[in-house]
Design a protein around this ligand. Structure first.
Ligand SMILES: [Zn+2]
Length: 88
């Protein structure tokens, strides 16, 4: 599983404050909707309405650039598939 396309030179590294998911995104905004939490939620709002602020539970931890992108992507993929990668 890969988070960003090959050749990505800049992406955001996010951690969700709700479920603890860590992921990479091509976006580098301060916060965004967590893909895991967002999927489970029922959106009872119209397409023209803004997403409620509280859905943006994923916070930008850092911006990853250059060859670090591929490293992070690999590490995160291993963490998900292996499940025993220690982050701390
Ligand atoms: Zn989440």
């Amino acid at each position: 599983m890969f988070f960003v396309p090959d050749g990505t030179t800049k992406c955001g590294y996010y951690e969700c404050t709700e479920c603890g998911d860590r992921f990479l995104s091509l976006y580098t905004v301060p916060k965004m909707v967590c893909p895991s939490c967002g999927e489970c939620m029922d959106f009872e709002i119209g397409p023209d309405e803004e997403l409620p602020e509280e859905l943006e539970t994923a916070k930008l931890l850092q911006i990853v650039e250059g060859e670090e992108v591929e490293k992070m992507d690999t590490l995160l993929s291993l963490a998900i598939s292996g499940g025993d990668y220690e982050w701390l």
